[in-house]
Design a protein around this ligand. Sequence first.
Ligand code: HDE
Length: 708
Amino acid sequence: MSTSEENKKSKDLASNTKDGKGKTMTTNQGVKVNDTNNSLKSGERGASLLEDFILREKITHFDHERIPERIVHARGSGAHGVFELYESLEEYTKAGIFTDIKRKTPVFVRFSTVAGNKGSADLARDVRGFATKFYTEEGIFDLVGNNMPVFFIQDAMKFPDLIHAVKPEPDRDIPQAASAHDTFYDFVSHTTETLHNHIWVMSDRAIPRSFRMMEGFGIHTFRLINAEGKSHFVKFHWKPLLGTHSITWDEAVKIHGADSDFHRRDLWEAIDSGQFPEWELGLQIIPEEDEHKFDFDILDPTKLIPEEMVPVQRIGKMTLNRNPDNFFAETEQVAFHPGHVVPGIDFTNDPLLQGRLFSYTDTQLSRLGSPNFHEIPINRPINETHNNQRDAQMRMTVDKGKSAYFPNSIGGGCPHLAKMAQGGFTSYEERIDAKKIRSRSSSFSDHYSQPALFYRSLTDWEQEHVADAYTFELGKCTYDHIKERMLYVIKQIDKDLALKVADGLGMKIPSKIDQPVNQAIGADANVEEHQPTPKKKYLKKSAALSLTHLNSDSIATRKIAFLVGDGFNGAQVKKIKEALVSKNAVVHLVAPHGGTVKCDLGKEHPVDVALLTTESVLYDALYIPGGAKSIEALVKAPKSVKFVNETLKHCKALAAEEDTFKLLDKTAISMFDKDAAILIGKTPKDFIKQIAAHRNWDRQPTAMNIPV
Ligand code: HDE
């Protein structure tokens, strides 16, 4: 049975899917069309006639093809899939997706960047959205998360300020999809609650190798409610089975030019080739009684719960196994909402989550144009829906009957209310006894302990990348007072980090700054007063915060370039290629010219891509087979030296045969201890091990000095 046959949502979408193959062209009114190339005119060279309904329909539809792009997360890529549960969580929740292990719940996932426009480059330094729509038998559950476990702000009221600060500056509309500019750092330096999410953005998490190799987080604390009505707090995590991997900033900048659709293409090609990306869903479950046992407030979305304090239980697996049929109909029109929950899942009072519960319907009204957006095929649930909501623009459903109100007798009292036994939604009866107040809880005021924990938990090379990122971003700012404020607040996270950044900027860290450090929580509030001094250190390090924590020895879908010229050693290429392809890696023959390339056995091989039209940054590893003539040809193609040097600079796996030194001697290889930098004449097994490790960061100190 094919994937789409067994997936209830794919079956449901099929009723709205059209294919024009073998069909006659018609107007939207069903009239057959004989000519779609010429408008109706008064004579061959005469004026066009208004009565031409075929022209009018074609142009009118075209004129209205665009809808407003998402105000944030405009750039995105989606895929269909399925979620399967490992074991029932009945003890904690009555939600069918978390209790019925026989189900294959259809999902649609959309990954995105946040700040850039719809056509912006994929490799911007940015948070990634990771939004999952579960089409459950009890209705839609949307888990609308990010690839970082915390958010910039604590209260929804600050969201427009945050986004206005990071988006292009309003007078000149630059920079596109970049946080490295004055308005963003003006905001961040005045709003210290941002610093935790911000340091994640300075880390390599903000430049993932692939959507398929990043974690996802629900961020807010939610509730699970069991059949007895008992609540547990929960945090949601997605753990990628390919491990977590990132690229370097130098690669990101170059990928912008070489292939600005890098992540979109990567996701599409992996699914298209049958290499389905997989994530395990992990839960951190916290009993109600433990709400106040932490050194931070679990309702504060700028805080994570270290996995060492509450372990992540992996409860099921999501597999993305089908590309969309139509980008607009599916990926663009999909409408997520953190308020789409099913019985067994409920909200907490996290003030950011509460604000989101309003925003997501509101935004669909301007983006999709009608409260009937739930009828768009990608958005409609797989179970039946019935209520007395009626009409509005683009209503698709033909509701029968006279009564559109409740209670009624004319309609036999229908649709009738779900009794509890039939699984109706009942909100968790949280006890509330409080004064109405516009303020921020002082339990949210510790803004430095967790960014410090994050930085302490990184490896040396990760820390180095963080320092470089701060230096780059602040280096792009033009106001000195903004940079000084930033240096001051970075010092509160980690003094050595601030010193490195100050050094890179050629500035000094000020010992104090004029205005209160946090103006965001209220005009007269100085959050410094609430800061724990020294910073809290409930954990020395949290291993789970480093990218190195989630490893995989798989090289599936890794792209490996074979640099070849005419006369390459055919036997060597065959052996290495077979070994890599058997592990589901993707091998490309990259040659100084297009067409075909001849090996020393006289056989012609199709060139996958000519050197001129590709770049090393699009690959995960490089192999150079022997063959005197081939090496001669590569030496004559100067881009091959750049290709090798960049592979070295970005600390990627590099294997070559003994007789390739005529080329290698022209590269930066002499800067390294050769055995550490390159595998010469080694077995495919060694190469595979290095590719799986993703990068050899021990090379980094020397690699930084390669001038490419
Ligand atoms: Fe969103 N966010 N957000 N956000 N968000 C949107 O909804 C908003 C927040 C996230 O692929 C918008 O349909 C407010 C946190 C993702 O379609 C909008 C606040 C998290 C996506 C909106 C937040 C997210 C969005 C724009 C603060 C991680 C893309 C288009 C109160 C947990 C979903 C849309 C997709 C999209 C508002 C904060 C994740 C405007 C007001 C925290 C992944 O409604």
